[in-house]
Design a protein around this ligand. Structure first.
Ligand code: C2O
Ligand code: CU
Ligand code: CU
Length: 473
């Protein structure tokens, strides 16, 4: 999974020449000589998602591959990423989870004009936090993400972390036809009011993977990214005891996942430490069994026959250094409720959507009675405004019958409680997965000025109204 810049760019321009628009921008080097500089082209390409036995799929990519180029940055060092639009529709890039200046947040109409076909936009920011992040479009998101536009961002710690290997599993969910094409029907209204567009094939780093080769005795840092439109995942590592060390890029107190299942909502990232305690020569399944009727084997950990790398597991603690997050002052915090409403209920009604104010054509969901539709556009009025530097405590109430990974831009949220019970492990998240009827309290310091989106990351839900804007002024 090393960065594959030059080769794939070259391949893209040769193979894709007929697909490209006439606008002849000078080619960007995929990665410049100095670190933290990238050129990323959003462009159509073809991918073998199902392996060599299956037909190729027409996809939309960053630099010709799915997932797109891995962007490696260094904590606290300026980054410069030039994005070129070689699609035939407008796009933007959002750097999900990175606490960056508002003008670099990639929300069309709200933080920047969209990047038109043939145009380029340069994103400039200094990532304050080390960790696992990702990037994706924030224009026509449902279709652009669903056709493959997504990639990982790894921000390296200042001091290297002591592991034998650092692996990334970028997980994507696709809805393919029998011929291998991406199924049409984005924005199906029924789906939008239910679980969203859950696909029929999950890829790991762009392919269906049968095996992840490992060696007995090694310690692996495994970065999990759920880049799906709607699919929630619950990963189980047969015969192993993963330790969660970071959530959404933010280190937490190392802990084992509840019930041995790593719950990963769309857009969430979880870093785990895996001490490879299996037997040389054996295979262990990694299973996703979030949906009762859709459980499948994601891959297998395949042990090398050779002797263990070390006789005993490492006894250094697996934790990661904390990022410089401002601690909210809970006693002084201003408090607000954000209530999620709508969606299909048992009888087919949209709960509470009937007489709601701000109810638009096409809305299936609302926050505090208001539905913001689509992706981001000019004139989105903030639902709440916070004075810069204030501590804020939000109570998120899910009154619906569906799961929602709720995401806030520009800040990380300290997760305080779930359904009245304190959340342990000092967890900070930018995407909080809420089960039906959950009530979750989060807190943060509103220290990053600008208009920031808060939305469900099930893309159909966002498009159909589960979105709002919060202003820090
Ligand atoms: Cu990945 Cu508006 O978010
Ligand atoms: Cu985001
Ligand atoms: Cu949702």
């Amino acid at each position: 999974m090393e960065f594959n810049g030059h080769l794939s760019r070259r391949g893209l321009f040769q193979a894709g020449a007929g697909l490209l628009l006439t606008a002849a921008l000078p080619p960007l080097p995929a990665r410049a000589a100095t670190s933290n500089e990238y050129g990323i082209a959003a462009a159509p390409a073809r991918a073998r998602l199902g392996g060599s036995a299956r037909p190729q799929t027409d996809v939309w990519t960053y630099n010709g591959t799915v997932p797109g180029s891995l962007v490696r940055l260094r904590q606290g060092e300026p980054a410069r990423i030039a994005v070129e639009n070689r699609l035939d529709q407008e796009t933007t890039v959002h750097w999900h989870g990175i606490r960056l200046p508002n003008a670099m947040d990639g929300v069309p109409g709200l933080t920047q004009p969209p990047i038109k076909p043939g145009e380029r936009f340069v994103y400039d920011f200094t990532p304050p936090d080390a960790g696992t992040f990702w990037y994706h479009p924030h224009a026509n998101s449902l279709e652009q993400l669903g056709r493959g536009l997504a990639g990982a961002v790894i921000v390296k710690e200042r001091e290297p972390v002591a592991v034998d290997r650092d692996l990334l599993w970028f997980l994507s969910d696709w809805r393919l036809t029998d011929e291998g094409g991406i199924a049409s029907g984005f924005g199906n209204r029924m789906e939008a009011a239910m679980s969203g567009r859950v696909g029929n094939i999950v890829t790991l780093n762009g392919h269906v993977q049968e095996a992840e080769p490992v060696r007995a005795g090694e310690r692996i840092r495994l970065r999990l990214v759920n880049g799906a439109l709607a699919r929630i995942m619950a990963l189980r590592f047969e015969g192993h005891r993963p330790m969660i060390v970071a959530i959404d890029g933010q280190p937490c107190d190392p802990h084992e996942p509840e019930g041995g299942r790593i719950l990963l909502g769309p857009a969430m990232r979880i870093d785990i430490m895996l001490d490879m305690q299996g037997e040389p020569g054996r295979r262990y399944a990694v299973v996703d069994d979030f949906y009762d009727d859709l459980s499948y084997q994601l891959t297998q950990l395949v042990y090398d026959e050779g002797a263990p790398l070390r006789a005993h597991p490492l006894d250094t603690p697996p934790g990661l250094p904390r990022n410089p997050l401002p601690e909210p002052d809970l006693a002084a915090a201003e408090r607000h409720d954000l209530t999620l409403q709508g969606g299909m209920m048992g009888g087919g009604m949209m709960a509470g959507m009937g007489g709601m104010m701000g109810m638009h054509e096409g809305a299936a969901w609302a926050i505090n009675g208001l539905s913001m539709l689509g992706d981001g556009h000019a004139g989105m009025e903030p639902a709440l405004t916070f004075r810069r530097g204030r501590s804020v405590l939000l109570k998120l109430r899910n009154e619906t019958a569906w799961w929602h990974p709720m995401h806030f831009h520009g800040h990380s949220l300290k997760v305080l409680s779930r359904n009245g019970a304190p959340v342990p492990h000092r967890q900070w998240q930018d995407t909080v997965l809420m089960a039906p009827k959950d009530v979750v309290e989060v807190a943060f310091v509103a220290d990053n000025p600008g208009d920031w989106m808060l939305h469900c990351h099930v893309m159909d839900h966002q498009m159909a109204g589960l979105m709002t804007v919060l202003r820090v002024a």
